[in-house]
Ligand binder design. Structure first.
Ligand code: GLU
Length: 409
């Protein structure tokens, strides 16, 4: 099932519980603007390369649109639209004053030199600069992009519009970035995993956890969970999975991945495939890499008691139904990984105020925002006897719908 079909399915499920009118459904499903641009450039060897870039602005009923930019070989318009709509519900679930957008370029960033990456980013922003901006649509990092890319984006945008640090978030600390933004998504995953376990009378201490993906999200989640007493028995990246029944030495794995660019060669008790990691007998399974990793083919093999969606859209609806039937509780992406966009919001607030928060304040505000939303989602799910995902969508769609009606069409 495609990312678009999955996102659509989850929306429809919640819309039917809410009894949303067909007209409102159509309004909320239709993106406000879809931009598809040519990104043409000269490569280091003098040859011309042409890429396709997207920015899909799904909804601005609650504020400027917000969402990451993804550089990945699989980026396509349908997927970007699905991810843009997830951003609309995500910002609404955590109740930050934004709408949702997403963008990206169909490219394998690892195949480009640093210089080519910079040129491509600047060319892309030349095409987007009139539709983005601090009060319109604010990009941020996602797969394949990072703080350096955000710095180029800010610099390129400012060539047209003057000093404007709030035009993009996830920037380096030296360039108006926020302390705590880089760790925020993974930290949020950790905080919420802990909150969920507590709700069900469990504790993080000694809980066994498998994490698929050791990029920005997976690595910071592993760090938080390890520090707070969980036993991370497996981690993985494109090179495969590392398993250790006594718990992976997470600080050593972080240092190794930082020094070597991947986990390839990192010593562990057993080397597994990414697929085998998903089927491990653990308390919590955290897919923190690509979307669509759990499907009807492999969801039946999951032995974890909880799945925390650190990635966007890792569980497709067929898999979701299978997990539900097995009594596995799924913490949905639109809350589980909302820590990133939440601290993006804090960065934007600081940029608008020319003020800087310290890390402690950011962490405290992040915890407050996520845990308040978690409590609300839990209460809705309990009261209506619906899965956490449907409850989160109900909150998100409800808030966007009400803002739309109050503002007037
Ligand atoms: N790309 C991240 C996400 O999917 C962060 C978006 C943001 O910070 O705006 O939530």
């Amino acid at each position: 099932m495609s990312a678009y079909e999955s996102a659509r399915h989850y929306f429809e499920t919640a819309a039917s519980v809410m009894d949303l009118s067909p007209n409102m459904k159509k309004l909320l499903l239709t993106p406000e603007r879809e931009v598809k641009v040519q990104v043409a450039m000269k490569m280091d060897n003098g040859e011309i390369a042409t890429f396709v870039g997207y920015r899909i602005q799904h909804n601005s009923a609650r504020g400027p649109m917000k969402g990451g930019l993804r550089y990945h070989s699989e980026v396509n318009g349908e997927e970007v639209l699905a991810l843009a709509s997830l951003m609309t519900w995500k910002t609404a679930v955590v109740d930050i004053p934004y709408g949702g957008a997403k963008g990206g370029i169909t490219v394998s960033p690892k195949a480009l030199s640093e210089n080519e990456l910079e040129t491509m980013t600047r060319k892309f922003i030349d095409e987007l600069q009139d539709v983005i901006g601090p009060n319109k649509d604010i990009p941020a990092p996602d797969m394949g992009t990072n703080a350096q890319v955000m710095a180029w984006i800010m610099n390129q945008y400012e060539k047209y519009h003057g000093f404007n640090p709030a035009c993009v978030t996830g920037k380096p600390l030296e360039l108006h970035g926020a302390d705590g933004r880089e760790e925020a998504t993974g930290r949020g995953v950790g905080l919420l995993t802990e909150a969920m376990l507590q709700k069900l009378g469990r504790s993080l201490t000694g809980a066994t956890i498998a994490i698929q993906g050791f990029g920005n999200v997976g690595s910071f989640a592993a760090e938080y969970l390890h520090k707070h007493g969980a036993k991370i028995v497996a981690i993985s990246d494109v090179s495969g999975a590392k398993f250790d029944s006594n718990g992976i030495d997470v600080p050593a794995a972080l240092a190794y991945a930082r020094a070597n660019g991947s986990l390839e060669g990192f010593e562990s008790e057993k080397q597994l495939s990414n697929e085998e990691l998903l089927a491990l007998d653990v308390d919590v399974l955290i897919p923190a890499a690509l979307g669509g990793v759990l499907t009807k083919e492999n969801a039946g093999h999951v032995r974890a008691k909880f799945v925390v969606e650190a990635a966007n859209g890792p569980v497709d609806p067929d898999a979701d139904t299978i997990l539900q039937k097995q009594g596995i509780v799924v913490l949905p992406d639109i809350l589980a990984n909302a820590g990133g966009v939440t601290v993006s919001y804090f960065e934007w607030v600081q940029n608008q105020q020319y003020f800087r928060w310290d890390l402690e304040r950011t962490r405290a505000e992040l915890a407050k925002t996520l845990l308040t939303s978690f409590e609300k989602m839990w209460a809705v799910a309990t009261e209506k006897r619906i899965p956490l995902r449907t409850a989160a969508y109900l909150m998100g769609i409800g808030r966007v719908g009400r803002a739309t009606v109050l503002a007037g069409i």
